[in-house]
Design a protein around this ligand. Structure first.
Ligand code: PMP
Length: 279
């Protein structure tokens, strides 16, 4: 497959960066993952806005305007072999002598885009739901930034993998935050509830979308702090992300969620999401 690196398309096997890249040395960069259906980027403006917001948040000089980025994104999508894809893009503060603070002379950022086939979750996920486990959220306090420094998320994902679970649901000081790479939602008495948009979670592009789909489907929606016991006593628990789409959680730490089956609010929102994808 062809990837984009610093101004050129090339085979993945030929893409090379310096070991002094601040992304490699410090995790000093921002990334973004955008789903692609039938070779069309899904909600690219929102993904790009989050990407640019991340750059501003860490004072990383943005080398392209919106049209420039969208052009690069589509170029990589068009060069990929499959119709449905997950487009990955990353920017780092570039190559400089190793010292923590920003280099005095701003280096050219390193810009990398690649696209991989998007495999939607298998039908069994939608029929039977998935198992999750829980963990204390041990990440930093700027989770709203889509930083490439992902060690906390990596350890949370590994915790799930080791317990044959689909995802780790994290709590900070007794309140729900999010998964290792997904937003977490609960359903209570027919309403969809999510943790607020703040510095403790990454606001998924599906966050606003779920809000809109709730309005469309006449499902009450609320954003507020959610205590741990509310998650364990929820009628339904859902995960969302670019790759998970909308996913039903049927057990948490081995305890059944609701009646242990994917619920009615999940089914409505999943169906609405499938329609939005191809609209
Ligand atoms: N939270 C975290 C920590 C994530 O990594 C992701 C995946 N990007 C999400 C939430 C969901 O975001 P999105 O809906 O944009 O995929």
């Amino acid at each position: 497959p062809l990837v984009y690196l610093n101004g050129a398309m090339m085979p993945l096997s030929e893409a090379r960066i310096s070991v002094l890249d601040r992304g490699f040395i410090f995790g000093d960069g921002i990334y973004e993952v955008t789903p692609v259906y039938r070779r069309r980027l899904f909600r690219p403006e929102q993904h790009l806005a989050r990407f640019m917001r991340g750059m501003r948040a860490i004072d990383l000089q943005n080398p392209h305007d919106e049209a420039g980025w969208l052009g690069l994104m589509q170029q990589v999508v068009d060069a990929a072999p499959t119709e449905d894809q997950l487009l990955y893009m990353q920017i780092t503060r570039g190559v400089a002598r190793r010292t923590h603070a920003f280099p005095a002379q701003t280096p050219a950022p390193t810009v990398f885009l690649m696209s991989n086939p998007l495999l939607p979750p298998p039908p069994s996920v939608h029929e039977h739901g998935v198992a999750c486990v829980t963990m204390e959220d041990k990440r930093w306090l700027r989770c709203e930034i889509k930083s490439i420094s992902l060690l906390g998320n990596v350890l949370a994902a590994q915790n799930a993998a080791e317990q044959d679970a689909n995802e780790t649901i994290q709590f900070r000081d007794g309140y729900l935050t999010e998964g290792s790479a997904s937003n977490v939602w609960i359903v209570k008495d027919g309403a969809l509830i999510s943790p607020p948009r703040d510095n403790l979670i990454l606001e998924g592009i599906r966050y606003s979308l779920m809000e809109a789909l709730c309005a469309e489907q006449n499902i009450p929606f609320a954003a507020r702090r959610i205590a741990r016991n509310e998650v364990f006593h929820a009628d339904e628990v859902l995960l969302t992300s670019a790759s998970r789409e909308v996913m039903p959680v049927v057990t948490i730490d081995g305890e059944r969620v609701g009646n242990g089956k994917p619920g009615p609010i999940y089914r409505k929102l999943y169906a609405a999401y499938q329609r939005a994808k191809v609209a």
